[in-house]
Design a protein around this ligand. Structure first.
Ligand code: ADP
Ligand code: ASP
Ligand code: MG
Length: 471
């Protein structure tokens, strides 16, 4: 059966006006059989996780005090938008609060192991998405639509890696179909929380921060939907982070490969894992602006463009650490790279960018939790040096592979900024490099000016494929 998935992020669910707006956007697309995926209200997940941290240092009461103003925000949405549904929803918010009190009390004054703490965080955080789903479901109902909140933990079945669980796709697809198809067949709009799932044993898990996008894609793949729509607070994927480049503009069309690189290297508008399920089923992902629903958007599609010219967007990611391993033993030896990567594998640490020379390997990481152990083992292979507080910049465009002079243009624009770890991605659609974190903003601003803000005689035009071309 045809359907679309519509995901609303926390920035599109800040309060009563935003909920009403989201409900209207869904209602306007009712004929396409929407399945709605929602995030927690903006800021609520941060507060819930801070509540758990607070319990480690103080007590459950202090942890809960941080949350009360967020429960009040939910009550305000109920007061403004609901009447018949209001008592049921007030009881649900109160139940959620009670559940959190119990969870926090169970952890107070106990020294939890890492895994137990992550499991507790997931259980507490799941309340954000569950309440949002109930609220939006009720708002739709009060507006005269048939809608039903669905507990996403019944649909998204995951492994037990609390804090960043991986969905078990076969189980998830089967469960999602069985819970959602009947509702769709009876013209009822299912509304699920994103980000959350459960193990086969029924323990609550989450897919990692920003994971509601991923839920939307998984559900879209499970139902073989026509389109996965990510509704957010900006008009699609922009040529750079708008907080750094205020003149950033919408890229109308991206290939899956381009969008994946941008998401992976810091364009927060899309969770990096979002595209996998969509790519596999060739389902377009559209990033839309909930503040201007009929305005500009970005569509991400499978195939790459046929006549690309040059740079489409710039992403950046801060908080990166680079590691360099140098050893003369690498010269002409085999098995050396494997030995290095086995160490990262052993500590379950993902490596982002890798460059090699005859005698050294440089790589970048975000997650430094296991770095001391990793370095101790790497030192058996060679000398190791670490640079913290780095940022990765990633310039993306299918055209990079065929346009001469791009690298020269990039590096001459930031010639006074020290650059390391330069890599033209294996997909040849991106060029990534590391700079000092303190200069990342400036580098993005200058590159954005160079590639997207120059006068009309130069490179400002964007063609219908979203590619900047000589005007
Ligand atoms: P949501 O709550 O909808 O999930 P997010 O805050 O996760 O929203 O993502 C949207 C934000 O991503 C935007 O407000 C913007 O600040 C940021 N962002 C970073 N890079 C980009 C980019 N290249 N294009 C669009 N937005 C970007
Ligand atoms: N609410 C979760 C977060 O803030 C998931 C999401 O918004 O995608 O990370
Ligand atoms: Mg997000």
């Amino acid at each position: 059966m045809n359907s679309i998935v519509m995901k609303f992020g926390g920035t599109s669910l800040e309060g009563a006006t935003a909920f009403q707006n989201a409900a209207r956007i869904v209602a306007d697309r009712i004929a396409r059989r929407p399945v709605v995926v929602v995030s927690a209200m903006a800021g609520f997940t941060d507060a819930l996780l801070a509540g758990v941290r607070e319990v480690a240092t103080m007590d459950a009461v202090a942890g809960l005090a941080l949350l009360d103003k967020h429960f009040d925000r939910h009550y305000r949405v109920i007061d403004v938008l609901l009447s018949k549904e209001a008592p049921r929803l007030r009881a649900l918010v109160e139940n959620s609060r009670e559940e959190i009190v119990q969870l926090l009390n169970s952890a107070a004054n106990i020294n939890l192991e890492h895994r137990q703490r992550k499991a507790l965080e997931d259980a507490v955080a799941s309340n954000g998405e569950r309440l949002s789903a109930e609220l939006l479901g009720a708002v739709l109902t009060e507006n005269g639509f048939s809608a039903q909140a669905v507990d996403a933990r019944r649909c998204v079945i995951t492994d037990s890696e609390f804090g960043c669980a991986a969905p078990l796709l076969a189980e998830t697809f089967a469960a999602s179909k069985s819970h959602l198809t009947l509702l769709l067949e009876s013209s009822c709009v299912p509304v699920l929380g994103g980000f959350i799932g459960s193990t086969v044993l029924g323990e609550t898990t989450t897919l990692g921060r920003g994971g509601s996008d991923y839920t939307a894609a998984i559900i879209g793949a499970a139902l073989d939907s026509e389109e996965i729509q990510i509704w957010t607070d900006v008009p699609g994927v922009l040529t750079a982070d708008p907080r750094i480049a205020p003149k950033a503009r919408t890229v109308p069309r991206l290939s899956f490969a381009e969008a994946s690189e941008l998401a992976y290297f810091g364009a927060r508008v899309l969770h990096p894992k979002t595209l996998h399920p969509a790519v596999e089923r060739d389902i377009p992902v559209r990033i839309c602006n909930s503040r201007a629903p009929e305005g500009r958007s970005t569509v991400v599609v499978g195939e790459s463009e046929t006549s690309p010219q040059t740079v489409k967007a710039i992403a950046h990611k801060t908080g990166v650490t680079t590691v360099q391993i140098t050893s003369a033993r690498m010269l002409g030896a085999y098995g050396f790279l494997r030995a290095i990567f086995e160490i990262f594998d052993k500590y379950r640490t993902a490596v982002d960018v890798v460059t090699t020379s005859e005698v050294s390997v440089s790589l970048s990481l975000d997650d430094t939790t296991a770095l001391p152990q990793i370095v101790a083992e790497l030192e058996k292979l060679g000398s190791v040096s670490i640079e913290e507080e780095r940022a990765i910049l990633c310039i993306v465009g299918e055209g990079l592979r065929s346009t001469p002079g791009i690298a020269a243009r990039i590096f001459s624009t930031i010639s006074d900024i020290n650059v390391s770890l330069i890599s033209q991605g294996a997909s040849r659609i991106n060029l990534t490099f590391a700079v000092e974190e303190a200069r990342a903003r400036e580098a993005v601003m200058r590159l954005h000016k160079e590639f997207f803000e120059k006068s009309a005689e130069e490179h400002t035009a964007i063609d219908e494929w979203g590619v900047s071309v000589p005007a």
